[in-house]
Design a protein around this ligand. Structure first.
Ligand SMILES: O=C(O)c1ccccc1N[C@@H]1O[C@H](COP(=O)(O)O)[C@@H](O)[C@H]1O
Length: 202
C-alpha cells in the first residue's frame, strides 16, 4: 500500500514527511490554495529525503509547461488532474515522464474513462469531483483495474478506503488543520496503514 501526502507548501511540511516516510509527496502547480511556484517547489525538494518520490500536480496546463517543470525539478511523477487526453499522456511518456492520471468519478461511466489510461500510465488515481463530498467508494469498488484512491480521506473514514484494497491512498485536506499540514494527522494515517505497507516504490 502506497501513501501519498499531497499539497505540501512549506519547508515544515516536508520536514514532517521526512520523519514519517510517505512513499510520495505532492506539490500542486494547478490553481489551488495549496499552489506552489517553481522556486518554492525547488526549495521544498532540496529538503526532501531521497526515499520519498516527488509528484507535481497539474490540471489542464500546457503539456510543454508540464514537461519543462518536470525536467527542471526532476519530478518522479506528474499527476494530471484535468481533461488531459491520451495523446497528451503519450507525449509525456515518450519524453520519459512517469504519469499518474487522476480521474474524477461520479458514475460507473467515469470508470470506463479511467480504464483507457491504464496501459499508458504508471498509476490511475480515482478521486471525487472537486468541491463535492461524494463518497466514491461505492463506485470505485466496481473498478476492474488497479488504482490509487483519493477524495476526502481522513483518519476517521480511512478504513472504508482501505477495504477497497487500492494500490495506494492519496490525502491532502484530510491531513490539514486550518489549511496547514498537521503532523499528528499525518502520523495517525501512517501508523494505521503500517501493517498494509510493503516495499514501497524502491
Ligand atoms: O489539493 C488540491 O488543492 C488540488 C487542486 C487541484 C488538483 C488536485 C488537488 N489535489 C488532489 O486532490 C486529491 C484529493 O485531495 P483531498 O484529500 O480530497 O483534499 C489528491 O489527489 C490531491 O493530490
Amino acid at each position: 500500500m502506497l501513501v501519498k501526502f499531497c499539497g505540501l507548501k512549506r519547508i515544515e511540511d516536508i520536514q514532517m514527511c521526512n520523519k514519517l516516510f510517505p512513499d510520495m509527496i505532492g506539490l500542486i502547480f494547478a490553481e489551488s490554495p495549496r499552489k506552489v511556484d517553481v522556486e518554492l517547489a525547488e526549495k521544498i525538494l532540496k529538503v526532501k529525503g531521497n526515499f520519498i518520490k516527488a509528484v507535481g500536480v497539474f490540471k489542464n496546463q500546457s503539456v510543454f509547461d508540464v514537461l519543462k517543470i518536470a525536467k527542471r525539478l526532476g519530478l518522479d511523477f506528474v499527476q494530471l488532474h484535468g481533461e488531459e487526453d491520451l495523446e497528451y499522456v503519450k507525449f509525456l511518456r515518450q519524453e520519459g515522464v512517469s504519469v499518474i492520471k487522476a480521474v474524477e468519478i461520479s458514475s460507473e461511466e467515469d470508470l470506463r474513462k479511467a480504464e483507457k489510461y491504464v496501459n499508458l500510465v504508471n498509476f490511475v488515481l480515482l478521486d471525487r469531483p472537486k468541491g463535492s463530498d461524494l463518497d466514491i467508494t461505492q463506485i470505485a469498488k466496481l473498478a476492474k483495474f488497479p488504482y490509487i484512491i483519493a477524495g476526502g480521506i481522513t483518519l476517521e473514514n480511512l478504513d472504508k478506503f482501505l477495504a477497497l484494497s487500492p494500490v495506494g491512498i492519496d490525502i491532502s485536506s484530510g491531513i490539514e488543520t486550518n489549511g496547514l499540514k498537521d503532523y499528528k494527522k499525518m502520523k495517525g494515517i501512517i501508523e494505521r496503514v503500517k501493517p498494509l505497507r510493503n516495499g514501497g516504490l524502491g
